[in-house]
Write a protein that binds this ligand. Structure first.
Ligand SMILES: Nc1nc(=O)c2c([nH]1)NC[C@@H]1CN(c3ccc(C(=O)N[C@@H](CCC(=O)O)C(=O)O)cc3)C=[N+]21
Length: 282
């Protein structure tokens, strides 16, 4: 089995992105991202810290706007309006999940789609599906960058995605479909999931259940992409795939940590750079 080493690929792609940042700075533009974080959930704080670290490593501006979890929806909407109109910010994201008291959809829809570096705004989602220009959801884009890096061809391949979320399952499906894969989205109501998963040349797992996928879900020689960020029985970080059980069946697979997570951040920074480059050329 060959490891799809997200940490290594992210490092390699960082070198190219650093050059893009330097080019922009010569033109007087510093690529800039802002992150709105509500509350102090441990996981979100780690992800946001990783994003900051990577942005600063690349020489980009990173601004964290951190609210307590009792922030009002109106306060968030006012901040979003401010960022929408701030010409020095290329893009921003609202870290999900938000507290239950806040209407997540309303907040996401307030983000100017031109600054929506998560690709979650409705027109970006629609444009993704019809093949028009759009910003790209980072996890899905990061998975494709990694498969491209390892020369995993998607054309004509059977892809099964377990998980139908707006932030992972659906955008992965759209992007792989656009690359001529035959895509099936499976979920909690899917019948005969093991048999279906076993038809996959490429299996993408994004369900949020620790070590759910064992070798009886995996065809011999399949490529397995694990999007999970879970905790095992010893509270250790692990994925949705039982790595030790699957590693002798898959031909390639991502570890957790060090797989899709770092690539998600790479794709986010790449998206910010694209917007900054558009600003430079405007
Ligand atoms: N608006 C929004 N956009 C997101 O892109 C978004 C979000 N909300 N909410 C949560 C998910 C999750 N996500 C991750 C980012 C980095 C790692 C990451 O750096 N993972 C490291 C390890 C992290 C650790 O040590 O816990 C790794 O896999 O090696 C993971 C997950 C972005 N998300």
């Amino acid at each position: 089995m060959k490891l799809l080493d997200g940490k290594k690929v992210a490092g390699a792609l960082d070198e190219k992105m650093t050059l893009r940042v330097e080019d922009l700075k010569k033109k007087g533009i510093t690529p800039s991202i802002a992150v709105i974080l509500v509350g102090d959930s441990g996981a979100s704080s780690v992800y946001v810290r990783n994003k900051r670290r990577r942005a600063e490593k690349l020489g980009m501006d990173f601004q964290l706007i951190h609210y307590k979890d009792d922030v009002s929806e109106n306060e968030l909407l006012a901040k979003i309006d401010e960022l929408n109109n701030d010409k020095t910010v290329d893009g921003f994201i609202v870290q999900l999940p938000l507290p239950k008291s806040i209407n997540e959809e309303r907040v996401i829809q307030a983000i100017d789609s031109k600054k929506d570096v998560d690709g979650f705004a409705p027109d970006n989602v629609g444009n993704l599906w019809i093949g028009e220009p759009h910003t790209k959801p980072a996890t899905a884009a990061g998975i494709l960058m990694m498969l491209d890096y390892y020369d995993v061809d998607l054309d004509g391949k059977n892809v099964v995605i377990i998980g139908r979320s707006n932030i992972v399952g659906k955008p992965v499906a759209a992007m792989m479909l656009a690359r001529n894969a035959t895509v099936t989205i499976a979920h909690s109501h899917t019948k005969n999931l093991k048999e279906l998963a076993k038809t996959a040349d490429i299996l993408v797992v994004a369900i949020g259940q620790a070590k759910f996928v064992t070798k009886d879900y995996v065809k011999d020689g399949a490529v397995v992409v694990d999007v999970g960020m879970d905790r095992d029985e010893n509270d250790k970080l692990c994925g949705d795939v039982d790595f030790a059980d699957v590693e002798n069946t898959a031909s390639m697979m991502t570890p957790v940590p060090g797989g899709v997570g770092p690539m998600t951040i790479t794709a986010l920074m790449d998206q910010v750079l694209e917007l900054a480059e558009a600003r430079a050329n405007a």
